[in-house]
Design a protein around this ligand. Sequence first.
Ligand code: SF4
Ligand code: SF4
Length: 433
Amino acid sequence: MQTSFTAEQLKDPHIATANQILRKCVHCGFCTATCPTYVLLGDELDSPRGRIYLIKNMLERGEAATPETVKHIDRCLSCLSCMTTCPSGVHYMHLIDDARAHVEKTYKRPLVERLLRDVLAFLMPRPGLFKTALILSSLVRPLAHLIDKLGDKRLTSLLALAPKETPPPEIIGQPGIYPAEGEKRMRVALLRGCVQSVLDPGINAAAIRLMNRHGIEVVVADGSSCCGSLTHHMGKEADALARARQMVDAWSAAGVDRVIITASGCGTTIKDYGHMLRLDPAYREKAQAVSAMARDITEFLAEIDLPKVSPPKPLRIAYHSACSMQHGQKIKSEPRRLLEGAGFTVSDVPEGHLCCGSAGTYNILQPDIAVKLRDRKVANIRSVAPDLIATGNIGCITQIGQATEIPILHTVELLDWAHGGHEPEILRQSSKG
Ligand code: SF4
Ligand code: SF4
């Protein structure tokens, strides 16, 4: 694609990066076929190629983003399916990240939307406040139909995401050192996380138990809460970079061999810290080192060669590969191989490349598209008639779990159970019921 940035504009390193990315696009349009928003809406401007044109025009003009451009950028899930499909290696992720930052800097959103975004960006990365907000939302939930009548579906979708019961406390997973059982093979840091540590603390607890049992010492560093992914995808760069620096400091001081992440959305961002902090001389190298150490938990378990075992129960699992897992991190075979190695029967989900509509805060900010994608995903999952669903991202667990009674768990909870841990609570409840 030809671009026409001026020499002055190209002095800005963000524009220079965007220019390099844009010039790789040959307009072939292969990416349109696998883009969830194009598949649903059929509008070229809601396809990767259409968005690339909009972003190019927006950045070349160097002016404030227009409402039309913002509409189509906001509808992008950042699922990165287009990057998997693109034969020319267009780095759409870096382009859309910069475009969102430009929108955030130059465009004034309507008041309600601005407030909603600011509240989400403030609450979600702070586990204590987020938990309080969830408890309050469960009190307001009975009034959801009244709020719906006010006509803003984003508020109702926010309420719908709150769990029906107060989430259990985080007992295993708080900052500290969790020693290896037997001979120590490695010392790793585990991202404590923000939303996940509140909604389902059992995920990190299962990861810690499983790693400890296999000779891995686990450090949960003080301050390793939110990785910055949520605000990064909202274009709030200053907040995202501050959080990235905090994580880099915490893990650089921890003396670890790997950084383990149990939410693939966070993993994609942490693996990109080297790029995000490339313009900061004080952090560039440390950030690159952290990105190089970052592993999804399934990637790490495959690396340490988790032994094969018999399943605690012969279950048929539909494996839902989160976009951030398959497209963002290109982790495809490991989760499935680990589950099969634990004796489970694993089915792929038809249209597995399409997003479930979760995408960070997307299911709150774009509820119409998110619900359509969720229902399509659930129908595809049902078509393989599984006993349960496994996935590697808390966003997908929450989103898909809203629309099906089939139990949905994190892959590591099933692996921990198969390797001597206890049966996950959701399975105990469903076998009682
Ligand atoms: S990231 Fe996903 S939604 Fe956005 S343009 Fe690419 S394929 Fe489409
Ligand atoms: S597949 Fe790649 S090169 Fe082709 S239009 Fe899409 S982004 Fe551009």
